[in-house]
Design a protein around this ligand. Structure first.
Ligand code: F3S
Length: 753
């Protein structure tokens, strides 16, 4: 599992010259975020100063990480890139496809059986292409990345929104869609809008019941779930340096909940301690040589208002523990106000379950502090009033806390130890009775608490808080319990007051593990066979999309004119469809089923022009495809907003849609369409959307002259024989036109390989 120290040294070797050049270019001191961005430019040294929130810039990330749900399609695509190995260090982590039900050993065995073909596939592709593979049960992607791969000043992307967790070790780590991961794994650049910067100055020091989690719960309360959009949050100040590295990880992790691109902290002693404790003293030695480049220039933190687009100040000495929720992580309630809030809002007071762990709060510090509360309850003879569960973030953490007696402490309270995996955090929780849909309250130390997320019950009120608060609330069985002021009754009816939690930042005896669950790839993977059962309904090898025949597209049928909002969820729904993420044919049966047909205002009901009948969108698309008739999709404003999921572009491509013509695109989806060899077009005149009729046949008049900056002419032939010529703009540059010609970006990479 060895991390790549040579790669890290190379990053540091470039750092000084690139950052110095950027400072010169920008003409002022630089934040840490800017230093990392400018030292990871695809072009090498900066040639211009980029405008925050405006310029799109190509970067060269150092690492890629994928989780098992998103890795399937990413790896299926990568197999077409014609490469023998990934271009940058990459890991795959099996953590999302494991249910929490009975307890670790049973649940893991069930998952290994149920998802065997997926795990086997990911394992063999990883083995073949030089990708580190973390087996089911090894742990959660972000905890493993923090323990093994994150490093100060680095840049990584990951196919999961909480990739941002690695900011705890001073990285810029960003969650992306599979298409972006494939690009970087294939040796291409990765594009990002140069972010805005939010500074968070932490003064004072955490103490008593307050934990790092409370910092981000407070920030979420201030900024709301959208407040960080398009921005990197940079934390600094004495409060930041006095906090543990894993605590910083928790804060960065939940930066995803405020919509931030990512969050980060400057290199400090807490990072040195953590790196050293996790066997990476050589990273410390390398980082120390460039330490001044791994934090902002001193002027920035001395006068932050001048350098950040927005500044927030939090005094940790005054910060109260927070409990955020229900149903949204930005609804913050300080513990002292919970009684009144819960009463006023009718939230169920009785806590049914307390859950700790996940990628958000799985550190040794988290576990030992929560255990200190549990130990008090046991010592005082208090029977906990709620059930209690843990999903440890990694086997290394689980093994170490078992060795140190922490698991035994939890088990004395009847705690269920689930697999080292996402489990309840991603709805993989087979909670007894959840199907009854009863109104109830749970508390957890995870990051997200949207309706249905944990157990599928829309009436479960989930509250997010720190692990030690979860322990206290679960023991008391009350949401309005304030451990700082309230007492509990033990089994003899005596009053007991809990003492503030205590714990160790890092294990005194060091971390330990017997089998971390890592599979190193073959040195030479050329002979490794990738096995996919042709009868599988979950996995399907991809065939390259056909290249353009250099002719105008003619006789295309309108598949759907989507009305109003059409997000990637409308185009490729999630939920039960997640099962088919690795099977393009099967998942294509959800294509555009959530989009509203402008002609009848119904979802998943469009006219098949060949028969005159109305049918599901995928069925009509398949009917056209079967007889070789191309189709096009028309849409409204901001088409494809939402996630970066590449399925939303692959499915129409697979089902024979040639072009998507809309009033405007969400940029990531537009790029994804281009990458899949589709035509992503916008109405030159938005009002032309109204000219599109249900029975239209579309002919491209000048696609043979497709060139950057030159609009395309499309002829819409209506049912009565009348015609409208519509002008369509596009944003293809020369190389993107190359993707279209080749049939997809990957086809082009493969041709060049
Ligand atoms: Fe997994 Fe939940 Fe983290 S789903 S990756 S534990 S946010």
């Amino acid at each position: 599992m060895a991390f790549d120290i040579e790669m890290i040294k190379k990053v540091y070797d470039n750092m000084a010259s690139r950052v110095d050049a950027a400072r010169e270019m920008v003409g002022r001191p630089l934040t840490l975020t800017e230093k990392i961005l400018y030292s990871h430019l695809w072009e090498g040294q900066a040639k211009e100063a980029y405008k925050r929130g405006v310029d799109y810039v190509d970067f060269a990330p150092d690492r890629v990480a994928c989780q098992d749900a998103t890795a399937q399609m990413a790896l299926l695509q990568f197999m077409h890139a014609g490469k023998s190995k990934v271009a940058v260090p990459t890991t795959v982590h099996c953590d999302h496809l494991i249910q929490a039900k009975v307890g670790a050993s049973t649940d893991l065995a069930v998952a290994n059986k149920q998802s065997k073909e997926v795990f086997d596939f990911l394992s063999s592709v990883s083995n073949k292409y030089g990708i580190g593979f973390w087996r089911p049960g090894s742990g959660i992607i972000h905890q493993i990345v923090l323990e093994n791969y994150a490093f100060p000043g680095g840049m990584m992307i990951g196919t999961d929104s909480h990739t941002v967790n690695a900011g705890g070790l001073g990285m810029l780590a960003i969650g992306v869609g599979g298409a972006d991961a494939v690009d970087v794994m294939s040796g291409m650049s990765w594009e990002l809008k140069f972010p805005k910067l939010i500074g968070v100055k932490l003064t004072g020091k955490l103490s008593g019941w307050t934990a790092p989690k409370d910092v981000i719960l407070k920030v979420a309360d201030i900024l709301t779930v959208k407040g960080g959009t398009g921005a990197v949050v940079e934390y600094f100040g004495e409060g930041a340096t006095s906090m543990s590295c894993t605590g910083k990880g928790t804060i960065c992790n939940m930066g995803a909940e405020i919509g931030a691109t990512t969050s980060t902290f400057g290199y400090d002693d807490s990072m040195r301690r953590y790196l050293s404790a996790t066997g990476r003293q050589d990273v410390v030695d390398a980082a120390d040589k460039v330490a001044s480049y791994l934090t902002a220039d001193p002027e920035v933190y001395a006068n932050p208002k001048e350098y950040f687009d927005q500044l927030i100040e939090i005094n940790l000495s005054e910060l109260e523990p927070h409990i955020n929720g229900p149903f949204t992580p930005d609804r913050g309630t300080p513990v002292s106000q919970m009684k009144a809030e819960a009463e006023a809002n009718g939230w169920p007071i009785k806590v049914e379950w307390g859950l700790i762990g996940s990628c958000t709060n799985s550190s040794y510090e988290d576990m030992s502090r929560a255990a200190s509360i549990v130990r008090q309850a046991v010592a005082h003879g208090i029977t906990p009033k709620a059930e209690f569960g843990i999903n440890p973030g990694s086997e290394q953490i689980r093994y170490t806390i078992e060795r140190d007696g922490i698991i035994a402490d939890f088990e004395k309270m009847g705690t269920k130890v689930f697999t080292n995996a996402c489990g309840p955090c991603i709805g993989q929780w087979d909670r007894a009775g959840a199907d009854k849909g009863e109104k109830n309250t749970i508390v957890h130390s995870f990051n997200r608490n949207f309706s249905k997320r944990a157990d599928g019950n829309p009436n479960t009120h989930a509250f997010v808080t720190s692990p030690e608060m979860v322990a206290a609330l679960a023991i008391s069985g009350r949401l309005d319990f304030n451990p700082m002021t309230d007492t509990l009754l033990n089994d003899n009816g005596e009053e007991v007051k809990l003492v503030a939690p205590e714990g160790d930042e890092l294990p005194n005896r060091g971390f330990d593990v017997e089998d971390a669950g890592f599979q190193a790839p073959a040195e030479d993977g050329s002979s490794v066979q990738i096995m996919v059962d042709p009868a599988s309904d979950r996995l399907q090898l991809l065939a390259p999309f056909a290249s353009w025949d250099k002719k105008n597209i003619s006789g295309a049928k309108l598949l759907i004119k989507a009305f109003g909002k059409c997000t990637t969820d409308h185009i490729s729904m999630a939920g039960p469809w997640l099962r088919y993420r690795g099977h393009l044919d099967n998942i294509s049966n959800n294509m555009l089923i959530g989009a509203v047909n402008a002609f009848n205002q119904k979802t998943n009901s469009v006219k098949n022009q060949l028969t005159g009948d109305y049918d599901a969108v995928p069925a009509v698309a398949r009917a056209y495809k079967a007889v070789g008739v191309p189709s096009i999709v028309v849409g409204d404003q901001n088409y494809g907003e939402g996630s970066s999921r590449e399925h939303a572009a692959m499915e129409p491509r697979f089902l024979g849609v040639k072009a998507v013509l809309v009033k405007s695109f969400a940029r990531i989806h537009e790029t994804n369409l281009k990458k899949q060899g589709m035509l992503a077009l916008t109405f030159a005149n938005e009002a032309d959307y109204d000219k599109v009729q249900e029975d239209d046949t579309i002919n491209f008049l000048d696609l043979t002259e497709f060139a950057p900056g030159k609009p395309l002419k499309l002829e819409f032939v209506h049912a009565n024989g009348s015609k409208d010529i519509i002008l369509a703009n596009h944003s293809y540059n020369e190389s993107q036109i190359g993707w279209f010609v080749a049939g997809s970006a990957l086809n082009l990479i493969a041709a060049e390989a």
